[in-house]
Design a protein around this ligand. Structure first.
Ligand SMILES: Nc1ncnc2c1ncn2[C@@H]1O[C@H](COP(=O)(O)OP(=O)(O)O)[C@@H](O)[C@H]1O
Ligand SMILES: N[C@@H](CCC(=O)OP(=O)(O)O)C(=O)O
Length: 371
């Protein structure tokens, strides 16, 4: 099997009984199937929902809470129980488990982004399975992923996974929600996920216990693909389900093609997570150099500087009102005001003898190819 590193995301809908509470039987089945992968030398990172399902009964609710505070509290009770259940289940196969609780802001902060990469890498080196969930007790409002689909896509990119498996309660993406439109047809394979397809997929139709529905899985698959990770969305039964999925025999939709290439961690951070602090408006020559020749952005091509930013901040590079790239600047905004339009030699004489580029190619990510 060619795949070496796989992110498996298991949604609440695949972990619960009819009453919405955690199903230990289902959890054990997933665990056995993951253990089979690991026994073949495949590194697995598990993104698991289920904290709310595991906790609401003990919290005193008769059914899954609907308020944010209720879900937070249920997750606070349930997360420990969920991890305990996984740790017990994996122990039967001699596998040690670990827990990481993440929020969106962890990805925005470059140091924390790197820390997450570092800890996952070390756990994998030691054959420990990282089990990740959103930190539901604190992740509300702007800090929240909302469901674990996007979190799993970002993690799959971060660790340069070969595959992202989004396990759910339905065998793939259909042309419409089959629960409402029984004649909907299933897509077996998609080369890419277009914005049109995402727009067509309704947001509000998830299962009773899930959160994001198919739309959030498509958004996640689109993100995974742009980070160089193939995706699968679907179901599976029994201990061979993940082995079958990776062998191409899964019951679901496969997403991606042979053009899918990994993206370096630093560039991922610039492209997907960093906050933008300003803009540089560039001329025709600079646009050609960036888009066609793969060059750095030099002072000579900068026409205008917008907003105030510091050295190492991330800015957008704009050509004719289109954002064509993002990059981390070598100079602050005041310095670029002084050197814009100058040759690199002149600029280096004025500001810094060591920095010929406004943005070095290694710190630059193209966002629009065809302008
Ligand atoms: N076009 C579609 N194709 C397949 N499923 C869809 C579609 N639109 C909405 N759905 C719904 O998405 C649900 C799965 O999402 P969700 O409940 O969030 O799962 P999970 O808990 O596994 O993350 C399915 O049960 C199905 O009802
Ligand atoms: N983080 C929450 C799950 C949120 C949720 O419902 O996600 P999902 O089942 O992936 O749509 C939990 O552990 O209960």
């Amino acid at each position: 099997m060619a795949n070496k590193r796989v992110v498996v995301k298991i949604g609440s809908s695949s972990l619960t009984k009819k009453d919405g509470s955690l199903s230990i039987d289902k959890l054990q089945e997933h665990t056995e199937a993951i253990a089979k992968l690991m026994q073949q030398g495949i590194e697995v990172i598990l993104i698991s929902s289920g904290a709310v399902s595991a906790g609401f009964h003990d919290l005193g609710y008769s059914s899954r809470p609907v308020t944010v505070a209720g879900k937070q509290a249920a997750a606070a009770v349930g997360q420990g129980l969920l991890i305990e259940a996984y740790a017990d289940a994996f122990k039967k196969y001699g596998i040690v488990s670990s827990q990481l609780l993440l929020t969106r802001d962890v990805f925005v902060n470059k140091q924390q982004f790197h820390n997450v990469f570092q800890v996952i890498s070390e756990l994998l080196r030691r054959s420990v399975i990282p089990i990740i969930n959103e930190n539901d007790a604190v992740a509300i409002d702007e800090l929240t992923f909302g469901d674990n689909d996007m979190l799993s896509a970002l993690v799959s990119g971060l660790v340069n996974a070969d595959y992202l498996i989004l396990l759910t309660d339905i065998n793939g993406l259909y042309s419409a929600n089959p629960n409402q439109y029984p004649d909907a047809i299933r897509y077996n394979q998609l080369d890419h996920v277009s914005d049109e397809l995402i727009d067509q997929t309704s947001q509000n139709s998830s299962s009773k216990v899930g959160t994001g529905g198919m739309k959030s899985k498509l958004l996640a698959a689109q993100t995974a693909l742009s980070l160089g990770v193939h995706a699968f969305v679907g179901v599976g039964k029994g201990s061979n389900k993940f082995v079958d999925i990776l062998a191409g025999n899964g019951d679901g939709t496969y997403i991606g093609n042979y053009h899918t290439h990994h993206v370096r961690k630093h560039k991922q951070w610039i492209a997907f997570h960093s906050n933008v602090s300003g803009q540089l408006i560039i001329d025709d020559g600079a646009k050609e150099a960036l888009l066609k020749k793969g060059r750095s952005l030099l002072p000579a091509g900068v026409l205008k500087v917008k907003d105030t930013f510091a050295e190492n901040d991330v800015v957008e590079i704009v050509y004719h009102n289109d954002v064509i790239a993002k990059g981390q600047v070598n100079y602050n905004s005041e310095e670029i005001q002084q050197i814009k339009g100058l040759s690199s030699a002149q600029a280096m004489n004025i500001i810094d003898q060591t920095k010929a580029e406004v943005i070095h190619r290694n710190n630059l990510v193209l966002t629009l190819q065809g302008v």
